[in-house]
Design a protein. Sequence first.
Length: 251
Amino acid sequence: MRKQIVAGNWKMNTTPEQGVVLVKEILKNLGQSCTTVNYIVCPPFTHLSEVAKVTRGTAVQVGAQNCADEAKGAYTGEVSAEMIASIGAQYVILGHSERRQYYGETSAKLVKRMALTYANGLMPIYCVGETLEERENGKLWDVVKAQIEEVVFTLSDEQFRHLVVAYEPVWAIGTGKVATADQAQEMHAFIRKVLISKFGEAAQKTPILYGGSVKADNAAEIFAKEDVDGGLIGGASLKAEDFLAIGNGFN
Ligand code: 13P
């Protein structure tokens, strides 16, 4: 049995005040689902600390949306993995397609971020996924395989045991165009096969999340697939009710 995870990537949304209201609303309505579903919220850096304080001792965990690729020093504007760990966060999203697309995220940088994430006791949620053009050209398999090989294959067996992978096809992010459950399963099974080729049976335990226009009304069908272990949610994670309803998609 693999961990079931519903993670909310708030992206560049909410003020600190709104973020605290949102997480309190999530905690208030968590109900029974948290006994099986692991909820994670990933707020912007400005309120990571405040949200981590509110969730301390609860079933909701906290993650950052990125971390610096250097440990410390003269890197204006950056936030280190050590800082993120020190405020009580557990996870870091790495390699999100928006960062690859808009901020020049490369595999070389992601290898460094990954190492610092583990060195500080944090767990990465590593994102992979193809663009529409890559899918239409039949390059999706090579693209996703390279994203895994170049970064995940640098991990030790021990580090690998704490990895979460998220498959987020770029064409499905924020577009309302969700991958079909079969498309998700096909890619998740492929990702698991690639992971097994390097890490063996340990990869049977790796949670692989689907991300891209997941909503309460499509989550159940996608989560029902064998190799889909939950979701990385953007837009629908900004309303407590919608976010928790997605967790009800596991049954
Ligand atoms: P949406 O759920 O808004 O499509 O975003 C998905 C995503 O990018 C999560 O990281």
